[in-house]
Design a protein around this ligand. Sequence first.
Ligand code: GLC
Length: 800
Amino acid sequence: MRYGHFDEDNNEYVIDRVDLPTSWTNYLGVEDMCAVVNHTAGGYLFYKSPEYHRITRFRGNAIPMDRPGDYIYIRDNEDGDYFSISWQPVGKPLDEAKYTTRHGMSVTTYECEYKGLKASEKLSIPIGDNALIWDVVITNQSDRTRDLSVFSYAEFSYHHVPIDNQNFQMSLYCAGSEYNDGTILYDLFYEEEGYQYFTSNFEPDGFECMRDEFIGIYNTESNPKALESGALGGHFEKGGNHCASLQKNLELKAGETVRLIYFLGEGGYDEAGAIRKKYSDPAKLDEAYGILKKFWKDKQQCFAVKSPEKGIDTMINTWTLYQAEINVMFSRFASFIEVGGRTGLGYRDTAQDAMTVIATNPEGCKKRIVELLRALTSSGYGIHLFEPRWFLPEEEKENKKKPFKSPTVIPEPEGASKVHGLDDACSDDALWLVPSIVEYVKETGDTEFLKEEYGYADGGSGSVYEHMKKIVQFSLKEVGDNGICKGLRADWNDCLNLGGGESALVSFLLYRAIVCLKETAIFTGDISFAKELSEELTRLSESLNKTLWDGNWYLRGFTKSGKKIGTKENREGQIHLESNAWAVLSGAADANRSERALDAIHERLATPYGIMLNAPVYTEPDDEVGFITRVYPGLKENGSIFSHPNPWVWSAECRLGNGNRAFEYYRSLCPYYQNDSIEMRWAEPYSYCQFISGKDHTTYGRAHHPFMTGSGGWAYFAVTHYILGIQPNFNELIVDPCIPDEWNGFEVTRKFRGATYNIRVKNPYHVQKGIKRLLLDGIQVDRIEAQADGREHTVEVVMG
Ligand code: GLC
């Protein structure tokens, strides 16, 4: 069953059946302000922090689903009938009204046709402004003049999510509103800068600031008291729950169109006045859409592919790029699933995200990498969850005050206590950062970055290169009885705690980090260190292969008491994806074992909807193995199709030259190909989800938690770097694709260090991997050296 389609020309996903089984979301804003919105205008707005500076309220995990939001109601004053431009909250029967939702890159548009009226509401946050703009257009398609009233509605929040949900004894009496000259001002009195405004580009005919006056305490957003009566009461108050409703009465002649623009923004009357002035001419707003479009177009032009598969082109050029970028921008804690009660950066997630879109967002990725460098301890482990401002140098701290001071005391760790000990350290966290730093240098050519000096979370400082060394040294030191890296609090798999045992995954990640460090050492001329690292790699590979090979695949680790995890000897959890993918991807496994490990994944973990994390699922709690055994079979880390590590397997297959299988896996997980199976998938077909119920669960095939997952970034990275095979290197651009043998080839336009490469790959012999001929600007070459001339170049690759 399908609910919509991809509109490639406009980079939009068009939902034309809005009665979806779950919320399909989008993210608006590309700077400090962000709105998470769904297909029926439900959602919330925040400024900088989804936890501390929430502007509009959201009732997570509630019924009706995902309310309130950014609502526009239109009332016909002749008969009192009213509807909302988004299907919800009024929810007119779908055979009486036609609704469409378009999610695009940082814009979402709701459209509706009802009883001779056509209306649209377009939401966006323009670059350079801290305001969510609602751009409303109403056309009278009937043949008579219509007597209408248009009402806006948004509900303000008490800024701090826990206080907004629990502690009303202060907030209820500290939030106030007022109205002046067309502007509603919301004030959180206990905050110094706690103002927001709601205003418009027209003179309102009425206003309401009090939520319960607008809705009525026995009504809901579906049938607000104000719409029943048709007039706003004009209330405001010091204290209580507040909303933003402006009324506009319209006599709309047959065929006539009106455009009403609303602004929901950060700041007081001055900011409201400025934004009103700026966009008093709607042409200015159209210009802002153009700027936003160009922001994304510029990114899209950094890597644009034309392949035989629309499911690669549409996703890589638009949606997966978009998802990966959003993760770098807003991290992981702002969705309808994570509703803002957690904040900050997760070390491992951020370290991986920051590697994936360096070509399209070098500054953003560098910023994240630096935040992670500063959150590294001098002993080489990362602070698992942290606020970047904790570790800013004093001179930068000045203007980065704590964003929120609570009226009731919420202790925040000070100084050294922010730095947790080894007990809370995750064994994989910082290992992800080493390859990300190297990728950054390879992409940008900014080798000076390696010399830049950054502080450690617990004091002292060192160059970026020194940070990298510390990370590797830490993992080399933290080994257990079997000579394998300790699992510590947990590794990538949060739920596989191994009771404090040893992790094969981390050992392979260490191997990869050393490979990256060695490459860097060679490149920077640190030859004796590179030699040491080479020896370390040989030693490590021998010991890992000796201890971790289980006969047909690699183990996942050992528990503290020495019990093997991920072995044929186990009854449950015999094989795990992570260690096998990374044994291959890190280069630690030889050709034969690599092939067998990947065959084992194929045989035991692959499904038509992606690769499961482990099998058979755990059915009995075993705290020595970890929390994974207390998660229901087929869900989350216990044998679901966990999306994030799937691209690790695609990449590993490409290392071995198996383009057919890599693509088969891509296709199975890629949401694009499930556009017509929404009765099974539920979630959006334009975003990867955190996980898909595995075959041991009754909801097999259902996708959960869109957007905020490492699978966006990793899918983008695996396709661009491994399947299409275009990888930056220190001095060159490598083109070494691994594609299905039936492909005739593909084309990519790739920007690299200021120059543009128009790459045409031909596959006349129908191989999966291998280069027979490489031409740069028509001249046969062995490698594509980075061209420093900022010009366009042609690259022709003949596979064979
Ligand atoms: C969640 C966490 C991530 C972890 C994964 C697997 O996605 O954000 O850090 O690696 O689960 O447990």
